[in-house]
Design a protein around this ligand. Structure first.
Ligand code: SF4
Ligand code: SF4
Length: 456
């Protein structure tokens, strides 16, 4: 039976069978992923104790994958997302999840009803009731929504209109810089303008990642299509495209294009020989490919994944035109186009490269850029499998709160041992977790870079 006809339970059963046969992630991910801990617990329950896995246990298992991307096989978490979407198609999306995911809506509500936001944060009677309704854990600190979001600020500066210029850059801010931490968006603009760019903030919506992780297929595809159309139009008009949120980047640049290379349209566009499949091989160099016999792989290497309903050439084009802002600045630096007149910042900071940046396999561009700031003592913390444990909004949920703190525990210990004056990370979900667990201030790298420019 093909996956298209499978129930969510059957898809999850196949994932369990695959990972139980392979067994690699039993030890490799045992401290870093709640999903694998539960998967192997269920497998042992069935095999050793002969207690069958129940439907409720399967449903719970699906909830535990946050699509951090740390595990070795991209197919596994995407199959879990497929199963989650099928569950939601059967059950409908809970209102609490819908609300928590919709950052623009929450920002509007909290802006419109400041007393609601205050009650949620601090009122001893209303707060617990509201938290219960939205299934927020009672001890989880909530971010506050600023009075003026980044998009309102950008519009007040005329950045929502395209203007002429030799070096034009369009910025995809995403929801966290857009609505929760507008100082990040303002820092990106400041850095670009300092380097002579004309900045444009195009119309944009949530990238779609939170909806994908919760299993809302319809909304995920709609957001992906809308953003893609706008961003490709903007690139066609001569703008470079950048993003500052690694999760938006992981979604728009990595996940969307997965399997698009196997499509007929892509194979035609690169003149693949009849009977052969050509797959880009960036590890071999620019414009290099692996060539595979179609007859052998045609049933496995197909554009039949979660995003196959979206034009494969658009997915590839977007991936090729969109840059992580740190990688973009690094490129400018390599071309001798980045101003490096940073003022000294005599401070001790720890840099954490988040999962979704690591998964884009571009190294740690911000770490190299921050090292250009005189007197800044900045060192990386965490290894390739360390995770803050927050998992997007999962750490806010009452049933995931403790797991989230346990998963992030080893990383928090490493940061404490470093005794930094501040933590630097590009992921705002990590920032919320660090704010909850640690006493140090947390910054996005662009805030530190902009400050070092500003002092001068
Ligand atoms: S995710 Fe991949 S490497 Fe890990 S256990 Fe499953 S099949 Fe093996
Ligand atoms: S994507 Fe992350 S949470 Fe999901 S299975 Fe892989 S390691 Fe676990």
């Amino acid at each position: 039976m093909g996956q298209k006809e499978q129930t969510p339970q059957q898809i999850l059963r196949e994932v369990i069978r695959l990972c139980a046969d392979c067994d690699t992630c039993r030890t490799m991910m045992e401290e870093d992923c709640a999903f694998f801990i539960e998967l192997y617990r269920l497998q042992d329950q069935e095999q050793e104790e002969e207690v069958p896995i129940t439907e409720a246990q399967l449903r719970y298992l699906a909830e535990l994958c946050t699509l951090c991307g740390l595990c070795p096989c991209p197919k596994v978490p995407m199959d879990v997302m497929e199963a989650k979407s099928r569950y939601i198609e059967q059950e409908g999306m809970p209102l609490a999840t819908r609300l928590l995911n919709d950052v623009p809506l929450m920002a509007r509500m909290c802006g419109t009803f400041p007393r609601l936001a205050k009650a949620l944060q601090s009122n001893r009677v209303l707060g617990p009731l509201l938290r219960k309704a939205t299934r927020l854990h009672p001890e989880r600190q909530l971010p506050s929504f600023p009075k003026r979001n980044f998009f309102q600020w950008a519009a007040s500066k005329g950045l929502d209109r395209q203007r002429a210029g030799d070096h034009r850059v369009a910025y995809f801010a995403g929801c966290t810089a857009g609505y929760l931490f507008p100082e990040i968006g303002r820092s990106v603009v400041e850095i670009l303008q300092r380097n002579g760019a004309t900045v444009y903030v195009p119309p944009q919506q949530c990238c779609g990642m939170p909806y994908l992780v919760e299993g809302d297929r319809k909304r995920t595809l709609q957001l992906a299509r809308d953003n893609m159309e706008r961003l490709l139009e903007t690139a066609d008009a001569g703008n470079d495209l950048v993003y500052s949120c690694p999760t938006c980047g992981f979604f728009l640049k990595s996940l969307l294009k997965e399997r698009a290379y196997y499509s007929e349209a892509y194979q035609k566009s690169i003149d693949a020989d009849e009977g052969m499949l050509k797959i880009p091989a960036p590890e071999k160099g620019k414009n290099k490919f692996w060539s595979l016999r179609k007859a052998m792989y045609k049933n496995i290497l197909k554009d039949d994944g979660y995003f196959s309903a979206i034009d494969p050439m658009d997915r590839v084009n977007l991936a090729e035109h969109l840059y992580d802002f740190g990688a973009y600045l690094t490129r400018l630096h390599a071309e001798g186009r980045l101003k490096t007149d940073f003022a000294p910042l005599p401070e001790r900071m720890a840099y954490f490269a988040p999962c979704h940046l690591r998964e884009q396999k571009m190294g740690r561009p911000y770490l190299d850029l921050l090292k250009l700031i005189p007197e800044l003592d900045i060192e990386p913390v965490g290894n390739d499998y360390d995770c803050c444990g927050m998992g997007g909004i999962f750490g806010f949920k009452d049933h995931f709160h403790q797991k989230s703190l346990d998963l992030g525990g080893p990383l928090m210990d490493k940061i404490r041992a470093h005794r930094p004056q501040a933590i630097v990370t590009d992921c705002m979900s990590c920032r919320l977790q660090f704010n909850h667990c640690l006493p140090y201030p947390v910054f996005h790298p662009v805030e530190v870079l902009a400050r070092a420019y500003r002092v001068n």
